[in-house]
Write a new protein. Sequence first.
Length: 263
Amino acid sequence: MWQANHGDPLPANVLLTASTLRWVRRPAGRGGSDYPAALADARRMPPNPGLPPAARCRHLADRGHAHSKLGEESKALERRCRAGTARLVVDAGPVVGGAMSRRLRTLGAVELFNAVLLPAVFLRFVGSSAGGVMAWIAVDAVLVVGAGYWFARAAGLRRGLARTPRLGAFAVARVVLGVVLCAALVVVVMDLATGSGAVRWFAVAVWLFALAEYVNYFHAQLSYQNPADVRRLLRRRRLVPAHLGQELAGRARQSGSRQRRTR
């Protein structure tokens, strides 16, 4: 009815209501709630439904309960863990969320500042070459995308979203940055092959810095800025997966599951 009248998918609050009704209604000939249909309704919700944190917490807990009733314990555990995280956000209140949002915006501003300051200072005092300029373009590209991620994540926290908005744009940016890094490497190698000197070797170091920043955002966290991160690294004895990389992997899994369901 909603789609017929409005031409748009069902809003998240309508889907949440339909899913909740299926948790509790008892279909004819069955002794319990209609868990498969409830999960089907829940899967139709958009990735960032914009629900209040308390409503999202209850929704995730209900999905975990349904998976458990259907014998899908791994999915049940995942949903309950996410519900527990959402509950912590609700209990902590807006003070913690606001502080985290400000911290993320500061990280984004620092990345933009570095994107302007670092190449200006180093090219001024070290000198420039074709490889050096291209390497700094790669560094700036990664830093700008990283700043955009921190700003987007901060905006998602302010709106009470579990996932960072506009992940699709960051998925495209990951591919584009890979192309930029490859192009920069070609220019750096060609520049190094045509001559020698500290400036050209410095371009190699700058390109490696761009590669490290790319890995830091999309694959494994290489930057540890507080004691808690360092303790976690020492406890796990391996690199922590990058936040953005984890979110993109989750988005890809969700997209794959949707495609399998539509077949």
